[in-house]
Design a protein around this ligand. Structure first.
Ligand SMILES: [Zn+2]
Length: 293
């Protein structure tokens, strides 16, 4: 009996030790890659993202909003209007509603003008969380002057500006196209991208994943670690497309907001990926659906 206990104990110890070593190696690798991305000079990082953004803008139907984790240099006024935290854009008519609900500002997203097919292009979506759900305010024509004033106040605040990068599409099979979210596909399809990333690192794919999701804690470029606008929803659990309260049609996917951006939700325990849907016939009907990872 003692011997059996001893053997079982030894096996458990070995498994734990192996797990600890594997985890440590993984964490060190992620940390090393994250440091390498953070050490990229702003101009080089910008050029890398621009190379993806410029590849095939005429066919882009989706973009990533990247939390670059850097201060001002790369951020223009339009991009700074998309951000996590800081001071939310709210028009006077909505202030009372927001304050009365004891809400917490999560993030705001300006749907890029280049997202040609989206009925919400140019709109500003502002997300607030309560203990029960996430609310979305839509501003179809936000006051640019007010936006730029807010953008100036970003420098010292806790706000993290988001940079929009359009994701190219490429032929897939006979007549279909698909969005090239995966770093491996981007490296394969965009001429010269692999060479320029390989000049920076010995692990181009993992490095690119970290460059596109600098706050992620893996190199898998998981959907739930990113902010995606357009394309198709990447459900963590069973698909749950909502219907419009007015016309009962299936709603259109607008965006999804993952862990690093939605961390503020954790204390509410209501979910950690936010899916934003809207009715293409009733543009003010916008629903935020949550799922747990
Ligand atoms: Zn509708």
């Amino acid at each position: 009996m003692t011997l059996v206990t001893w053997i079982l104990g030894s096996i458990a110890g070995l498994v734990l030790a192996w797990f600890a070593v594997a985890t440590l190696r993984h964490n060190l690798r992620i940390r090393r890659l994250a440091h390498a991305v953070a050490a990229l000079p702003a101009a080089e990082y910008d050029a890398l993202l621009a190379r993806i953004d410029d590849f095939s803008p005429h066919v882009s139907t989706a973009c990533l909003l990247i939390d670059t984790n850097r201060s001002g240099a790369l951020i223009d006024t339009l991009n700074a209007t998309s951000r996590i935290g800081g001071v939310p854009y709210v028009e006077d008519r909505d202030v009372d509603t927001v304050l009365s609900q004891g809400t917490r500002f999560l993030l705001q997203i300006r749907i890029p003008e280049q997202m040609g097919r989206s009925p919400w292009k140019g709109n500003l979506l502002v997300l607030f969380a309560t203990r029960a759900r996430v609310h979305c305010f839509r501003y179809h024509d936000p006051d640019d002057r007010k936006l730029s004033l807010r953008a100036k106040s970003l420098a010292q605040g806790e706000a993290r500006p988001l940079r929009a990068v359009r994701i190219p599409r490429a032929p897939y099979g006979e007549k279909r196209h698909r969005n090239l979210f995966a770093p491996a596909l981007l490296l394969r399809e965009i001429p010269g991208l692999r060479d320029s990333v390989a000049a920076l690192t010995s692990e181009p794919e993992a490095f690119l994943a970290m460059a596109l999701a600098p706050t992620a804690w893996s190199t898998n470029f998981e959907m739930f670690e990113r902010i995606q606008v357009g394309g198709s929803p990447q459900w963590v659990q069973t698909p749950e497309t909502p219907h419009c309260r007015i016309c009962a049609r299936s709603m259109t996917f607008i965006a999804q907001v993952g862990c690093s951006a939605s961390r503020a939700l954790s204390s509410y325990n209501i979910g950690d990926v936010v899916y934003i849907f809207g009715c293409s016939q009733h543009l003010d009907e916008i629903t935020c659906h949550l799922q747990f990872t």
